[in-house]
Write a protein that binds this ligand. Structure first.
Ligand SMILES: [Cu+2]
Length: 165
């Protein structure tokens, strides 16, 4: 019994590690409950975000609506590497633990369309179509080890869409 449990663990652990680096269900470009990547020409507005070594993500606007397509231009104003990710609570938990597993010097790579990783001074762009539907909470965060814990995230409840016409 005990041997079986250990064998199972040994089998599962490397898989968990590999999953952190490969696109898979929750990290895939499609099928997020909170939206999906979109083409730049679909964006109806632009929001600038500053990431800083003060462990802050500062948005020049935060009135994002359900169903809206937003182009984020993210400036890393700091020296350290920072991330800009769009997720929900489940993605956040999963990504935090994936980052912890990778702390031991492994190169950190993202394949999903919902995470930008920026070196100090870099600027990146992400276009995102926010899911329709009421009361969804979106979590913007940096998951570089220690940064989320230091407060590098913003939660936003998507506003209802503007009435058509
Ligand atoms: Cu950061």
């Amino acid at each position: 019994m005990q041997y079986q449990a250990i064998f199972l663990l040994a089998l599962l652990l490397p898989v968990g590690c590999a999953m952190a680096q490969q696109p898979h269900a929750i990290d895939g470009p499609q099928g997020f409950a909170f939206g999906q990547p979109a083409a730049a020409e679909e964006a109806s507005r632009t929001i600038h975000v500053d990431a800083s070594d003060k462990m802050q993500l500062q948005f020049d606007a935060m009135d994002i609506r359900a169903g809206e397509v937003v182009k984020f231009i993210v400036h890393n104003r700091g020296q350290a590497r920072h991330e800009f990710s769009i997720g929900d609570e489940a993605f956040g938990r999963q990504h935090l633990s994936a980052m912890r597993q990778q702390m031991s010097g492994m190169a950190h790579q993202h394949h999903a369309g919902n995470v930008l990783s920026l070196e100090g001074g870099q600027t990146g762009t992400m276009v995102w179509r926010f899911a329709a539907g009421k009361g969804k909470t979106v979590l913007f965060a940096c998951y570089i080890p220690g940064h989320f814990q230091a407060g590098m995230y913003r939660r936003h409840v998507l506003l209802p869409p503007l009435a058509a016409g």
